[in-house]
Design a binder for this molecule. Structure first.
Ligand code: 5RP
Length: 224
C-alpha cells in the first residue's frame, strides 16, 4: 500500500471509530470513504448494530457485500453521522465534492445528518477553494444551454465524459466540471449556479460545519 493509500485508510479508520451502536450512518463515496466503509463492515461483523444510507450505487454495493444493513429515506428521516470524502477542504470547512460524480446524493445525505465527518489526505486541505474543478450536475435535456451560460460566467466548463460519451450519474444526469479560479465567494457562486434552470446541484458543500479528519503521508492523522 502506498503512502497516500495508507493515509486514506488511516482517515477512514479514524472516522469509523466515531460510529456508535444504534446509529443511522451516511456512507460516502470515493477512495477515502471506501476505507471507512470497510472498517464499518468489520465492526458490523464483530456485532455492531447500525443501519446506513449510501451516497452512491458503488458504496451501497460495497456496504451490502460487507453485510452493513442498508436503509433509505422511505424508512428514516434523519441520520446520526455522515462520513464522506471531499476533493477540496478549506480551512473554514467549506468543501468541493463530486469528483467521483456522487455530489447530489452526497449532499442529500449530508443535509439529512446531525453530524458530518469529512475524511481526506493532506493534499485535499487548502486555504481557498477553487483549484479542483467544480462539478455541476445538470439534467441531460438542454445541457448545452447551461454549458453556454457557464462559459459566459467564465466557468471554463467541460462536459465530463467516460469512454467518449457523457458521464451519467446515479441519478441519470450529466456533470459539467467548471474552473472559476480561486472561489472567494462560494455562497454567491453556488446561488448563481443553482438558479440556472437545468442545474440540479453544485459540488459546493457550504456551512455544514463538518468535523474534518486529515491524514498525512508521514502517518499523522489530525482532527480539525
Ligand atoms: C464523490 C466525492 C468524493 O468524496 C470525492 O471525490 C473524494 O474522493 P476520493 O476520496 O476518492 O479522493 O465527492 O462524489
Amino acid at each position: 500500500m502506498d503512502a497516500i493509500t495508507k493515509a486514506k485508510k488511516a482517515a477512514g479508520d479514524k472516522a469509523a471509530a466515531l460510529v456508535q451502536p444504534g446509529m443511522l450512518v451516511g456512507l460516502g463515496t470515493g477512495s477515502t470513504a471506501y476505507w471507512a466503509i470497510e472498517r464499518i463492515g468489520q465492526m458490523v461483523k464483530e456485532g455492531l448494530n447500525i443501519r446506513a444510507v449510501a451516497t452512491s450505487i458503488a458504496s451501497e454495493k460495497q456496504a451490502m457485500a460487507l453485510g452493513i444493513p442498508i436503509t433509505s429515506f422511505s424508512e428514516i428521516q434523519q441520520l446520526d453521522l455522515d462520513i464522506d470524502g471531499a476533493d477540496e477542504i478549506s480551512e473554514e470547512g467549506q468543501l468541493i465534492k463530486g469528483g467521483g460524480g456522487s455530489l447530489l446524493r452526497e449532499k442529500i445525505v449530508a443535509l439529512a445528518s446531525r453530524h458530518r465527518v469529512i475524511v481526506g489526505d493532506e493534499r485535499k486541505y487548502v486555504r481557498t477553494l477553487g483549484k479542483f474543478p467544480l462539478p455541476v450536475e445538470v439534467v441531460p435535456f438542454g445541457w448545452e444551454l447551461v454549458f453556454k451560460t457557464l462559459q459566459a460566467l467564465q466557468g471554463h466548463p467541460t462536459l465530463r465524459t467516460r469512454d467518449d460519451k457523457p458521464y451519467i450519474t446515479d441519478n441519470s444526469n450529466y456533470i459539467i466540471d467548471c474552473s472559476f479560479g480561486v472561489i472567494r465567494e462560494p455562497e454567491l457562486l453556488h446561488q448563481q449556479l443553482k438558479t440556472l434552470t437545468g442545474v440540479v446541484e453544485t459540488g459546493l458543500f457550504l456551512n455544514l460545519k463538518p468535523t474534518v479528519i486529515i491524514a498525512y503521508e508521514n502517518g499523522d492523522v489530525k482532527t480539525i
